[in-house]
Structure formats: structure tokens, C-alpha cells
Design a protein around this ligand. Structure first.
Ligand SMILES: Cc1ncc(COP(=O)(O)O)c(C=O)c1O
Length: 465
């Protein structure tokens, strides 16, 4: 087991909630035995908890046989080459109902007594947990009601209904949906299925850890997407119990990173605001049980930017032909952004693949901008025959692929014999983009970039376990 004091919280990118306590990129120890709740007695209790959780996950894996897919592990050479170590992707995006969530939900409902199953279950979620609970309940013949916030994705709502759950809307946030679900549980006797803060849920998610140990026996580092912590806690318990030498790393979106300040404080600390495209991991407060396991056994928690997430999602599509939702791609984002320098072989989890086509379009666009492969600019040209053709010919000479052109004549600030043109290009990368901008400037085009990497097409959301 790891000695206390060797855990790290690393703020990898711009402003994260732990920046006021540490320099970006610097790792800091948080497992200080003098911190509140971290005395020797607490650690001993957590050791027992770890052993119990790992055993419980092994039982869950047996209960899940024939229910969940043993998802494949794919190699990612595009990640491996720059890092100089083998990288494998554990593809829970290909799991039934599109994410690992079925594992925890099924384990929890399977272990209910007949009397509890008869009362039925209730959950609150805007996404993957809703689908996991709905599918698990239908497989076990248990009635399920799921409260979703107004405005939850239509695709996820339809899928949840499609698995047979009674879907109801409550409020505009997941917190409001949780309140409604808890009220419903109290008034009807239904069993509330928590998305991450329950031993059976953590045990079910832990079955991912057991699989990956079998699939990549020589694994040295495991990198896991982190929201409330059920998945990471389950994986950390199973992996550390069997192989204490393996490094386990959690990854959060920097706009919704509740773990770094909580780890520093030694207890779960709620976030006041969240903003990230990775709605699956936008959880405002770590779960108590996952926190107690993660704070003791996870070696490092890092954060990644929105640009890193969208760029990773595009690369996974392109290079591995794998569809991921933003939350599902954060482990890969930590590796691809070059900020994590793991020992290999590495296993990175792809935790989910449920993404609306419209969000996918926006994220791809954002990812291409982040990768320097998309350029939109405005320029003024003379309003005379051939001027536009000349601009397009220059772009063709520069090897740029024109995606769109908009011709604007009416803006009052334009000279009467000028027109403004918005040109959208696909480029080969950052260097090519800079070459095009430089060449246009040299040829006398006054170019105004319409889309900057940090601002293009992002989505924001919060609290969708
Ligand atoms: C795709 C995806 N990845 C990761 C997570 C985070 O899981 P946890 O809350 O157990 O940390 C979620 C949670 O819903 C998710 O949907």
C-alpha cells in the first residue's frame, strides 16, 4: 500500500479551484496525517474499507457476468508514440447503455431485497446514470422512475424511456431533480439509487478495474475520468488491492473540479459554480465514500482544459474510430495534452459515448480549433469581378481547404467599393494556420480572425451524473 503523504493534486492548466493554493503544474501533497480526519485510526479504517470494497467488487463482477459487456481494450499508437509508453483504452463507451454506469446501477438494484425491489427504484440524472438505472431495472423487472432536469438531452430522455423507466422532469438542474427524487422516495417508499455514493455502486464500477488488470496484466498507470468519484474509487480499490505498485490517476475538467480543493481540505468541499462541456463529470461535491477511498489510494488528481477535452475527442474519432462524450475523453485529454508523463503501459478509461449529434458537431468544431486545424477569418476585398476568385486561388495555393464563404456588402463601416468576406478553412494544423495568416498579410489582406481557439463553439453544462 502507499504510504500516506505521497498523493498529489496537480493543477495542470489555467485557473482551477486549487490555483490559489499551488502553482499550476506543481504537485502538492494533500494526504497529511495532521489534516482533519487523517489520523492513524482513520487510515486504518480506510484500509479495511479498501479491502472490503475490492472483495465486494469481485463479487459484483460475478453478479454482472452475462449482464454487462466485457468491453474491449484498444491500443492508441497516436498517444503512445509521443509519450514513449504503450497506451491502451478501456472502452466503456461501448458498454451497454453507452457508459460504465450500468455496472453500478445493476449491482445496487440486484442486491436489493425482494421487498425493496417490489417497491421499485428512483434516481435523478440528466444522462448516463438515468440510462444505467433504467436498463438495470428493466433487466431485473423492477419499476424505475427517473427525475431529469428540464432541458436534459432529448436523446438521453428517449433512451431512458426506451428502457422502460417512467421519466419525470423537475427543475432546471440535477440538484433540483435529486430533491424531487428524494421527495418521491420518501413519499412512495421507492429506493433511491445514488449515482456514486453507495458501496454497491462503487463495487459495481470497480469491476472495470478487475477487467483491465486481466486485459493488460503489465499495466503500470491507470488514468480514470472523475466526477463524484464512484468509478475512480471502485477502480482504485480493485487495482491497489491487487497491484499496489500501479499508479492510479483521476482526471477532472478544470471548470468542474471539486476534488482538488476537497483533497486539500481533507473533506468534500462543494463548488459554487461549474462550467464545462463534460456534463457527465460536472459534479459539484465529491461523494463521501468515494472521497475516503480516493484521498487515501489515488496517487494524483489532475485537471484538463476544455480545449484539451475537445481535441482528445476529435483524435479518438479520427485515430481510433471511437465515439466518446466529453466526460468520457478526459483521461485521454490528460495524456494527449502532454501534461501527464506516466510510466507504461498505461490504461486510460473511455467512460462513456452518449453524445447528441448537435453537441458532437459543436465539440468537433471546438476540437479542430483547439488543434489548430480550423480557421475562420474576415477580410475586406474590392467589389469587382474576380476579386473573390483571386483570394480563393491564393488560399488554394497555400493548400487550405475552403469550407465556407460568406460575402457581405451592406455593413456601414465598409467603403462603398469594398465587400467583406468571411472565409472558413480547414488547415493541416497550427503551423499551417500561421503560414496562411502570414501569407495573406504579406499579400495585403487585412485579416481579422473570427474564431479563436479559446472561444469557439464550446458547450457548457453542469451536474449530469
Ligand atoms: C461518461 C462519464 N464519465 C465519468 C463519470 C464520472 O463518474 P463518477 O461520478 O463515478 O466519478 C460519469 C458520471 O456520470 C459519466 O457519465
Amino acid at each position: 500500500m502507499l504510504a500516506p503523504g505521497n498523493h498529489k493534486v496537480t493543477c495542470l492548466t489555467r485557473a482551477t479551484s486549487c490555483n490559489d493554493r499551488t502553482t499550476p503544474g506543481r504537485a502538492a501533497s494533500f494526504a497529511d496525517a495532521s489534516a482533519p480526519g487523517r489520523g492513524a485510526g482513520t487510515l486504518a479504517r480506510v484500509d479495511t474499507l479498501l479491502a472490503r470494497t475490492a472483495d465486494d467488487a469481485a463479487r459484483a463482477a460475478r453478479e454482472l457476468l452475462g449482464v454487462v459487456r466485457r468491453t474491449p481494450v484498444e491500443r492508441a499508437r497516436w498517444l503512445a508514440d509521443p509519450l514513449g509508453v504503450d497506451v491502451h483504452l478501456k472502452c466503456e463507451n461501448l458498454q451497454r447503455a453507452g457508459s460504465f454506469k450500468i455496472r453500478g446501477a445493476y449491482t445496487r438494484i440486484f442486491r436489493l431485497s425482494d421487498e425493496e425491489r417490489g417497491r421499485g427504484v428512483v434516481a435523478a440524472s440528466a444522462g448516463n446514470h438515468a440510462q444505467g438505472v433504467a436498463l438495470a431495472a428493466s433487466l431485473l423487472g423492477v419499476p424505475a422512475t427517473v427525475f431529469m432536469p428540464e432541458g436534459a438531452s432529448l436523446v438521453k430522455e428517449r433512451a431512458t424511456r426506451g428502457y422502460g423507466a417512467d421519466v419525470r422532469f423537475a427543475g432546471t438542474s440535477v440538484d433540483a431533480a435529486v430533491d424531487a427524487a428524494l421527495g418521491y422516495a420518501r413519499s412512495t417508499g421507492r429506493v433511491f439509487v445514488h449515482p456514486f455514493d453507495h458501496p454497491d455502486v462503487v463495487a459495481g464500477q470497480g469491476s472495470v478495474g478487475l477487467e483491465l488488470l486481466e486485459q493488460v496484466p503489465g499495466v503500470s498507470t491507470v488514468v480514470v475520468c472523475l466526477g463524484g468519484g464512484g468509478l475512480l474509487a471502485g477502480i482504485a480499490a480493485t487495482v491497489k488491492q491487487a497491484r499496489p505498485d500501479v499508479t492510479v490517476v483521476g482526471v477532472q475538467a478544470e471548470g468542474a473540479a471539486a476534488y482538488p480543493p476537497s483533497l486539500w481540505a481533507g473533506h468534500p468541499v462543494p463548488l459554487e459554480t461549474m462550467s464545462t462541456m463534460a456534463d457527465g463529470i460536472a459534479i459539484g461535491r465529491p461523494g463521501d465514500l468515494p472521497f475516503s477511498i480516493i484521498s487515501r489510494y489515488v496517487d494524483e488528481v489532475v485537471t484538463v482544459s476544455e480545449d484539451a477535452i475537445s481535441a482528445a475527442l476529435v483524435r479518438l474519432l479520427e485515430r481510433n474510430k471511437l465515439v466518446c462524450e466529453p466526460a468520457g475523453a478526459v483521461a485521454v485529454a490528460a495524456l494527449a495534452s502532454g501534461r501527464l508523463r506516466p510510466t507504461g503501459p498505461v490504461v486510460a478509461t473511455l467512460s462513456g459515448g452518449n453524445i447528441d449529434p448537435l453537441l458532437m458537431l459543436r465539440v468537433i468544431r471546438h476540437g479542430m480549433v483547439a488543434d489548430g486545424r480550423y480557421l475562420a477569418f474576415m477580410t475586406a476585398i474590392r467589389d469587382r469581378p474576380g476579386a473573390l476568385a483571386q483570394l480563393l486561388a491564393r488560399l488554394a495555393d497555400l493548400g487550405a481547404n475552403v469550407l465556407d464563404v460568406v460575402h457581405e456588402r451592406t455593413r456601414s463601416s465598409l467603403a462603398v467599393d469594398d465587400v467583406e468576406v468571411l472565409v472558413v478553412l480547414e488547415t493541416r494544423g497550427r503551423a499551417h494556420r500561421e503560414e496562411i495568416l502570414r501569407a495573406l498579410a504579406e499579400q495585403g489582406y487585412g485579416v481579422h480572425q473570427a474564431v479563436e481557439p479559446a472561444t469557439a463553439g464550446g458547450a457548457s453544462g453542469a451536474g449530469a451524473p
